[in-house]
Design a protein around this ligand. Structure first.
Ligand code: FMN
Length: 330
């Protein structure tokens, strides 16, 4: 049986269009970006955009951040009504702002509150509830045993462990042995996360830790094909050759169309596609020059001009580009 191959929640990136692309590429589970429970409950415009989902992307878990059990429960209910297939509680975000509000990784130091939140959320929805955590505040203040007990006691659908500590930020490397420890110690499924950069890493993480699934964050940005490649590898097929320029262009155009459908605005879609384009062009001929032009992409026409440059980098010759393209992108 193929294990869970999940797209991570990534603030600013894993909106509905990107999740749809990743599901198409083979991710078996996707997560929304961190969504404020308070925002969902109290702000209509936030709710309207953050609860957008569709059948095609399911199963998708709505990730909630917050610290008030009653508000988390209300937000979870809204997510269930919107059609999400699960609720993921964020207890791993190390951002100062999120922690100052008592949510994210702050919950790892207030485990009583974390349990209250889990109970309140489970009490308000009938869809699965999961938890995403880091390993602890620092290497000498791990909370893996406590998390294992909580996950087992509350029969969580699964726990995702980003195998770094809060104080580590994104520095150093993820300690996969913590994933193996949590898996052995808890009675629930464990999804391993941290530093899966290529398909072979996914296979190694599964083998080394015995985890039930893996989650990919940064390596999927600009490369949603990674899900297809991981599944090919795990199912014993040969890895396909590198993604061609034509495949990239097709995907970028599809991404933009999905953004248009999602935002209803060409300008907003253009703003969103820019940050993805920065990553789609990684490793391509002329990438740094193309990146320099992206800030001025504000319409589909602008995007098409960039695509012409991707297809034919010879057009990037400074003389040509200055007159015909930079002007068009200004
Ligand atoms: C820009 C950025 C935004 C992130 N946003 C979230 C988030 O909203 N919720 C969350 O649980 N984790 C978030 N993370 C953490 C990722 O989900 C993941 O745990 C981390 O990047 C490690 O996995 P990776 O090595 O595959 O990237 C974010 C990470 C990055 C780099």
């Amino acid at each position: 049986m193929t294990p869970i191959i999940a797209l991570a929640p990534i603030d600013g990136f894993t909106d509905l269009p990107f999740r749809r692309l990743c599901r198409k590429m083979g991710a078996t589970l996707v997560f929304t970006e961190m969504t404020s429970a308070n925002g969902l409950v109290n702000t209509k415009t936030y709710r309207a955009i953050r609860l957008k989902t569709c059948d095609e992307e399911q199963p998708c878990f709505l990730q909630l951040s917050g610290s008030d059990p009653a508000i988390m429960a209300k937000a979870a209910k809204l997510g269930e009504q919107a059609g999400f297939k699960g609720i993921d509680i964020n207890a791993g975000c190390p951002s100062k702002k999120v922690m100052a509000g008592g949510g994210g990784a702050r919950l790892l130091f207030d485990l009583g509150r974390l349990e209250e939140i889990i109970k309140a959320v489970q009490g308000s929805v009938s869809i699965p509830v999961s938890l995403k955590v880091r390993a602890g505040l620092s290497a000498d203040a791990l909370v893996l045993d406590q998390i294992a007990d909580i996950a087992t006691r509350h029969r969580l659908a699964f726990v995702t462990l980003h195998a770094r500590t809060v104080s580590q930020g994104f520095a150093g490397s993820a300690k996969w042995e913590w994933i193996g420890y949590l898996k052995r110690r808890s009675g629930t499924k464990v999804i391993g996360n941290g530093d899966v950069k290529q398909p072979q890493d996914a296979q190694r993480m599964l083998e080394q830790t015995g985890c039930d699934g893996i989650m990919i964050g940064r390596a999927a940005l600009g490369n949603p094909w990674i899900f297809r490649d991981i599944i090919d590898l795990l199912e014993g097929r040969n890895l396909r050759s590198r993604v061609t320029k034509e495949e990239k262009v097709r995907l970028i155009l599809r991404h933009f169309d999905l953004l248009l459908e999602y935002t209803g605005s060409e300008t907003i879609s253009a703003r969103h596609i820019r940050k993805h384009l920065m990553r789609y062009v990684r490793g391509m001929q002329g990438a740094s020059q193309i990146r320099g032009l992206l800030t001025s992409v504000s319409s589909k026409d602008d995007l098409n001009r960039v695509i012409q440059l991707i297809v034919d980098p010879a057009l990037l010759r400074k003389d040509f580009c200055d007159e015909d393209y930079k002007e068009g992108l200004a």
